[in-house]
Ligand binder design. Sequence first.
Ligand code: SF4
Length: 322
Amino acid sequence: MHHNILEIKQLKTYFFTRSGVVKAVDSVNFGIRRGESLCLVGESGCGKTATALSILRLIDSPPGKIIDGEIRYHDEDLLRCSGKRLRQIRGHGIAMIFQDPQSSLNPVFTVGDQIAEQIRMHLKLKRRPTMERTLHLMEQVGIPRARERMKDYPHQFSGGMRQRIMIAAALSCGPEILIADEPTTALDTTIKEQILDIFRDLKQQREMSILFITHDLGTVAGIADRIVVMYGGRIAEVGTVYDIFDQPKHPYTHGLIDCLPDISARSDRLTSIPGMIPSLIDPPDGCIFSPRCPRSMMVCRQKRPKEVIVSKEHLVACHLYS
Ligand code: SF4
């Protein structure tokens, strides 16, 4: 049995909007194991970010609300622990970085102070060791001339460098789990590769678990141990990298793989999955992928598919396999 350090069970996060109830996360289950990197993949609007924000109870409420479920971190349910306890866990136990470092860094403080603040708050170190640790973290994420640059402000850094600073801040208290929500999306290809390298190193050097969220299946091949494919607020398929890339079962996973640019093909064939991303307000009965699914059957429009075990690590929610 693999030991999950974080376990998400039957999570439901809804948004109550003027146009109706958006079921952004609709009975989602998965676990994160110690030292693994788990990638959560799906098109934008599929509920990935809402899932991640629910873990740390960072959903804006209203309009959002976690309706049901359990988020087990060691022996605690994060959905039921006190606000004080949750603040201890944030940063120290579970840290999160976002797509846009601009919005998470405070423009009026130096980057050194912002990283140091985390350390002071959670680890309660004295000034000197705090500064040493800040410097070490900045060096670790590859910021050149870190000692001088600690005194600079966020706007004096490029986008890629700002993302490195966010990673340093997230690592400052030695979290057990790092949640990274589209950390490379706003960056150009070269910088993106450099940031992915940092994640690869982190995984090797520290026994840290990483939940890496992305819309781009191509990005995850190099860093994921396992992949969770989400569609329409629900889990479509879970498996190892091998399962997902070489033995995909869910028609949606097939579609995502077909959309990856094929480097061996001469033509610049770029496919995309036909049909619209479903509205999560009043989703169709049955399988939420059925309006776009090339293999949809009668039962698909009537019953929501259950998760079926394909092999040891491989799960799929699709009527083709039940
Ligand atoms: Fe397609 Fe049916 Fe499977 Fe849904 S359950 S993915 S509609 S075959």
